[in-house]
Design a protein. Structure first.
Length: 206
């Protein structure tokens, strides 16, 4: 299936929302002055996903996959690239040159709960703390809403405060379940964007 276009709502041309910046393919300036571009993932992005994985520290890998991982095996890569842009969507953040992958956001819909999807946001270590996670969450939330998803869930380590804080930018987070060292949370997607709007941190680069 060919990639679909991300929609633009054009709500405020002076301060475009994150999803419009993605739609334009414009370079986006993060709060530290660095620039990224975001595009939809493709089935051919195996090498970029490996690149992201290789730039994660062992701790970051553990936080993302909930288990120690030395590499992405074929089974994991098949799953991560099985993107249909409806039940499974991924967005990839690239450096300004468009050659290096620096982050990924994805959702995967639950077959038995069509309005609910599991979400994950990954930012390589060197790019953390710049607002990229917020941007990726805003963009993947928009894509999810376009495809009928109304609620995100996430399974994370109990001490992963960064991901919990990120999800709370969407709205109130409800703890669904606790297990040994992990917590499953659920958050309803807002009607538009995230709150507070990430465009306070981002602007189209001149």
């Amino acid at each position: 299936m060919d990639p679909v276009l991300l929609c633009c709502d054009g709500s405020d041309p002076s301060v475009p929302p994150a999803e419009e910046l993605v739609c334009r393919g414009a370079p986006i300036e993060l709060r530290d002055g660095t620039h990224v571009r975001i595009r939809q993932g493709h089935r051919t992005d195996r090498d970029l996903l490996v690149q992201v994985f290789e730039h994660l520290s062992p701790e970051s890998r553990y936080r993302r996959f909930l288990t120690p991982m030395l590499e992405l095996d074929d089974a994991a890569l098949r799953f991560l690239t099985a993107i249909d842009h409806h039940d499974h969507e991924a967005l990839i953040a690239l450096d300004e040159a468009g050659t290096g992958a620096v982050g990924v956001a994805r959702y995967v819909r639950y077959p038995e709960r069509p309005g609910v999807a599991e979400v994950a946001v990954t930012v390589v270590d060197d790019w953390q703390g710049r607002g990229l996670g917020t941007l990726l969450l805003a963009a993947i939330s928009t894509r999810a809403r376009e495809e009928g998803v109304r609620t995100f869930t996430a399974l994370m380590l109990a001490f992963n405060g960064e991901m919990m804080h990120l999800l709370r930018e969407l709205g109130p987070v409800r703890i669904v379940d606790r297990a040994a060292g992990t917590v499953e949370v659920e958050v309803a997607l807002p009607a538009l964007g995230i709150s507070p709007t990430p465009t306070q941190l981002l602007r189209i680069a001149a």
